[in-house]
Every structure is written in structure tokens, then in C-alpha cells.
Design a protein around this ligand. Structure first.
Ligand SMILES: NC(=O)C1=CN([C@@H]2O[C@H](COP(=O)(O)OP(=O)(O)OC[C@H]3O[C@@H](n4cnc5c(N)ncnc54)[C@H](OP(=O)(O)O)[C@@H]3O)[C@@H](O)[C@H]2O)C=CC1
Ligand SMILES: Nc1nc(O)c(N)c(N[C@@H]2O[C@H](COP(=O)(O)O)[C@@H](O)[C@H]2O)n1
Length: 221
């Protein structure tokens, strides 16, 4: 599976504020770039923290991009995937609506009643890991379902795990022109943090967009 990470961060590296509410960091051009990235993927993944904070939809906005997907035999929208160990995704979350296929990756001890409620909402459950969703195992399971290209959009906890697990092939990050600040505000990679063996990136491009810049990297194996 090819895994692309995309995020938007402030000039001081924050994905949102300490209130963990969605903040518009990207401008129109960057949102259009993200829409094209989504359209190029088989699935878009976020952590349950982002679902609870933002209630995202994770679909493709541009009708032309949807038409191109149909022309190549794909559904209008990529599938949505939530990493959610304890099955906390609300069954009425937008990410579970019927416009696209939805997966929730849960842990082995996720409560049966909450898993049942997610199945009732037509979510496809993938079970992997105990303390936290085992990303490598979950992604391997998704690959058997035809997901070959995955976009992970955040938040900071999930992105750290993705880098820690070594599943990321590419990173693109829009750096906006504002300061958000806050020691508890989410950053691109939160989690425990690395103390050595830092994932190494190769800068492939730096493109000015809106009032910011998109940095595109490949990730060393
Ligand atoms: N600017 C941007 O581009 C973006 C900003 N955001 C912002 O980020 C914030 C949310 O980020 P954050 O709070 O870090 O939440 P995340 O979306 O990263 O979700 C984290 C949660 O996912 C669950 N999870 C399951 N498996 C794993 C795993 N293997 N590794 C890590 N987490 C796992 C955990 O909950 P559990 O243990 O219960 O499973 C964890 O607490 C919001 O404020 C949102 O607005 C989000 C996306 C993009
Ligand atoms: N690319 C980007 N730029 C920003 O400024 C953002 N705040 C985000 N946030 C992410 O987009 C998701 C919302 O998706 P929908 O519009 O609902 O499809 C949100 O949950 C974050 O993942 N992204």
C-alpha cells in the first residue's frame, strides 16, 4: 500500500488550537489541492480524535474530480477510515454517512454494543491491536479490500503513530501564515515523540500556494 500524509499547520507547527477545534489554515488553493489528493486515493483516514473534534466528511468536493473517478471505474468518493480503538465514533458521524464506504479500525477489546451500533450504521469494522489500533495490521487488512493508496489527514496522534510504524511514503504539509501557539495544541506529530532514529524526509518540492507554502517530502524506508 502507498501511504500519503497531508496536513495543514500554522507557521509554528500547530494543526489547531489548544481547544482542538478545527481551524481554517489552508486557503482555497490548498483545499483544492487536498481535494485532488483525496480524489487520487482509495481511502482517506483520520483518528477518532479528529472525528470527535471536527466531524469531517472526507469526501471529494469538485464534481470534475468525481467524474474522473467514475470514468476510471471508481466510486465518486474514496472510502473513509477511522482509527478508533474503543469504537467511540458516533454512529451519526458524517464520516459514516452513505455517500461513501466507511471503515472503522477498532481494537480487540472494543465494546460489543458500540461495535454493533457502528455495524448498524453500515460501517465495516477492521479489528487490529489491543491498546491502540495496530496500524500495520489494519492497513494490511484494508489492502486485502482493494485499498492500495491511502491518504492520512491527521490528527497529530495518528500521524505520529503512522511515522513510528514506518508506513508513510510521502508527506505534504501546507504551512500557513499564522501563529496558533499553545503547548497543548496538536502538532503534525504528537504521540510520545522520537528521541532517536528520527524518520528522515527528502524534500521533493516547495510550492507557494495561497498565503503559505506546500512542502512535499518523500519518506526514507
Ligand atoms: N490542520 C490539519 O490538517 C488537521 C487538523 N486536525 C486537528 O487535529 C486535532 C485532533 O488531533 P488528535 O487529538 O491528535 O486526534 P487524532 O485524530 O490523531 O486521533 C487520535 C486518537 O485516535 C485513536 N487511535 C487509534 N489507533 C491509534 C494509533 N495507532 N495511533 C494513534 N491514535 C490512535 C486514539 O484514540 P483511542 O485510543 O480511543 O483509539 C487517539 O487518541 C483536532 O483539533 C483537528 O481539528 C486534524 C486533522 C488535520
Ligand atoms: N488541509 C486542511 N487544511 C485545513 O486548514 C484544515 N483545517 C484541515 N483539516 C482537515 O480537514 C478535515 C475536514 O474535512 P471535510 O471538509 O469535512 O471533508 C478535518 O477533519 C481535518 O482532517 N485540512
Amino acid at each position: 500500500m502507498h501511504v500519503v500524509v497531508n496536513a495543514a499547520m500554522s507557521a509554528d507547527g500547530k494543526l489547531s488550537s489548544r481547544r482542538r477545534e478545527q481551524i481554517r489554515i489552508s486557503g482555497h488553493e490548498d483545499f483544492a489541492r487536498v481535494d485532488a489528493l483525496r480524489a487520487d486515493c482509495d481511502a482517506v483516514m483520520v483518528g477518532v480524535g479528529t472525528v470527535l473534534a471536527d466531524d469531517p466528511h472526507l469526501t471529494v468536493e469538485d464534481p470534475d474530480l468525481r467524474a474522473e473517478r467514475r470514468e476510471r471505474g471508481d466510486s465518486d468518493h474514496p472510502a473513509r477510515v477511522v482509527a478508533d480503538t474503543r469504537a467511540r465514533t458516533p454512529p451519526d458521524a458524517r464520516v459514516l454517512d452513505d455517500v461513501a464506504r466507511s471503515y472503522v479500525a477498532v481494537g480487540e477489546t472494543a465494546p460489543d454494543d458500540r461495535c454493533g451500533a457502528l455495524r448498524d450504521a453500515d460501517a465495516h469494522l477492521v479489528t487490529a491491536g489491543t491498546e491502540r489500533v495496530d496500524l500495520a495490521a489494519a492497513l494490511a487488512e484494508l489492502e486485502t479490500d482493494g485499498i492500495d493508496r491511502l491518504l492520512i489527514e491527521g490528527g497529530g496522534e495518528l500521524l505520529f503513530s503512522a511515522f513510528e510504524t514506518g508506513v508513510v511514503d510521502e508527506l505534504s504539509v501546507f504551512v500557513g501564515s499564522q501563529i496558533i501557539g499553545g503547548r497543548d495544541a496538536p502538532t503534525l506529530a504528537d504521540g510520545e515523540g522520537f528521541v532517536d532514529e528520527f524518520p528522515e524526509l527528502t524534500l521533493a518540492a516547495a510550492d507557494r500556494l495561497d498565503d503559505g507554502i506546500v512542502l512535499s517530502y518523500t519518506v526514507a524506508d
